[in-house]
Design a binder for this molecule. Structure first.
Ligand SMILES: Cc1cc2nc3c(=O)[nH]c(=O)nc-3n(C[C@H](O)[C@H](O)[C@H](O)COP(=O)(O)OP(=O)(O)OC[C@H]3O[C@@H](n4cnc5c(N)ncnc54)[C@H](O)[C@@H]3O)c2cc1C
Length: 458
């Protein structure tokens, strides 16, 4: 049987674009459909614009800290429309680069919605049917706006916040995950009065407890108000503002309400179930280690599979798919020890198991923990704490996880991930010479165990 293309990719985000480019480089005839903007969530309305906003927000601290170092900074003023315009220019450049990379390799794009028509055919919004030897579903995820309350349509999601015309002087963030926390942190620094309302008793479920507490306290110092165990029950628009009622009856006034309660895989109306592709209860495509769905000719990578929803993971999965199917190199992605960060100020950087995960899994767990004032905060006088924690398997001395709260922790976590991937032990850390004066030297000079949890002794 002949096909129009060898590979049809639905979605030009991190995973889809990588798979398309690599498959085309292997000589496959590749067509990619994108219904919004080439580059996907990360480039257009995720990691990249978010980090640019984080950089913008940190100037506030720099201006304030400068005085302690002898600088006199004149009156400063922040202009939101200028930042939005500069951000747009950069993401447009990246989007063009993504497109060019695929096209240079021989792939092509169609800018319209696509859905699966059969195991080896796709229907475009224009009605055109394209047959394909393989279909890759790389449609990502979208904000889950499941806040079932009157006036919920007044809330925006992370999709809209990047392009608001007017800067929100009063912002209510709903949710406690990393996206909610990052926006709360950065908007507070840009000058918003921020309240974060979350279902739980603290932010960042799943992160190490010390990091959760440390960042929460730092954000309180930065002026963020937390309303834990609180969610809105009603949102009304009156007199140019949003009037929000919380579940304890408290009334708030905000310029914007950011609903950051979660994300769901983009599988709705994609035709997947009709051709027999199995989805899990969250609507994610169920895949095997090679990212193959329950239909042999249909694979899926990235957020739509809800494995680890991060860009580098989607990229690796896209690469592995192309290597396996078109490169004759069967490749499985290792989802262990994926480093992760929360780009609040200060940042969290983490790799490996949290203390709790380690204690659930290992007989003997040793904890090494340091907390100190970072050097830069001495002259600036900023009340700031850096926290570092190493989680060690007491039986083998292997480092199971490292968790950092402080400046540039994301950069540190990336490098620590190499050591952990290589199976570094605490003795390897100890044998490494310190680099002075840095914050990370603590990690190789932490000799004193803070705690030992031994199940056999309990
Ligand atoms: C606010 C925010 C901040 C983030 N920050 C980080 C971060 O700091 N670090 C990190 O690693 N990750 C971050 N992420 C997560 C990261 O963006 C995703 O993990 C990543 O983009 C997943 O890539 P993907 O290829 O699976 O999907 P996506 O990048 O979402 O791409 C999917 C594409 O498919 C398109 N599409 C969907 N349905 C169809 C259809 N039927 N037809 C045609 N096209 C379709 C979409 O328009 C989209 O362009 C962030 C996400 C958000 C929302």
């Amino acid at each position: 049987m002949t096909f129009d293309v060898d590979l049809f990719v639905i979605g030009a985000g991190s995973g889809g674009v990588r798979a398309a480019r690599v498959a085309a480089e292997y000589g496959a005839r590749v067509l990619v459909a994108e219904n919004f903007r080439v580059g996907g969530t990360c480039v257009i309305r995720g990691c990249v614009p978010k980090k640019l906003l984080v950089y913008a927000s940190r100037f506030a601290d720099d201006f304030a800290d400068a005085a302690g170092y002898g600088w006199r900074v004149g009156k400063t003023q922040f202009d939101w429309p200028s930042l939005v315009a500069a951000k747009e220019k950069e993401i447009s450049r990246l989007s063009r680069a993504y497109r060019a990379n695929v096209e240079r390799a021989g792939g092509a794009f169609v800018e319209e919605r696509a859905q699966v028509e059969g195991p080896q055919s796709v229907r475009l919004a224009s009605g055109r049917i394209v047959t394909a030897r393989h279909i890759l579903v790389a449609t990502g995820a979208a904000p889950d706006m499941a806040l079932d309350i009157p006036g919920r349509d007044h809330a925006i999601s992370s999709n809209e916040i990047f392009d608001l015309e007017v800067f929100p002087r009063r912002l209510l963030v709903v949710g406690g995950g990393y996206i909610a926390v990052e926006f709360a942190s950065l908007f507070a620094r840009l000058g918003s009065a921020v309240i974060l309302a979350a279902r739980g008793e603290n932010i960042l479920r799943g992160f190490d407890e010390d990091m959760r507490e440390g960042l929460r306290d730092a954000m309180v110092r930065a002026g963020v108000r937390f309303a834990f165990a609180h969610l809105p029950t009603r949102i009304e628009r009156r007199e140019g503002a949003l009037h929000v009622t919380l579940n304890d009856g408290e009334k708030l006034v905000a310029d914007q309400v950011l609903n950051a309660l979660g994300r769901r895989p983009n599988t709705r109306n994609l035709g997947l179930e009709a051709v027999g592709v199995a989805l899990d209860i969250n609507g994610a495509v169920k895949v095997d280690a090679y990212s193959r769905s329950s239909v042999e000719t249909i694979s899926a990578v990235g957020d739509v599979t809800n494995r680890i929803n991060l860009t580098p993971v989607a990229v690796r999965e896209g690469q592995a798919f192309a290597d396996t199917v078109f490169g004759g190199k069967p490749t499985i992605v290792d989802h262990k020890n994926v480093p992760t960060a929360v780009f609040a100020t200060p940042e969290i950087g983490a790799v490996g198991l949290t203390e709790k995960q380690a204690r659930d899994k290992f007989e003997v767990v040793d904890i090494y923990r340091a907390e100190f004032t970072p050097m830069k905060a001495t002259l600036s006088g900023r009340p700031e704490r850096t926290i570092m924690k190493i989680v060690v398997d007491g039986a083998t001395d292997r480092v199971l996880g490292v968790h950092l709260l402080g400046h540039e922790s994301s950069e540190m976590a990336q490098l620590l991930a190499i050591a952990i991937k290589m199976g570094a032990t605490k003795s390897d850390f100890d044998a490494t010479m310190a680099l002075h004066p840095t914050a990370t030297e603590e990690l190789v000079t932490l000799r004193q165990r803070t705690a030992r949890y031994d199940r056999s002794a309990m």
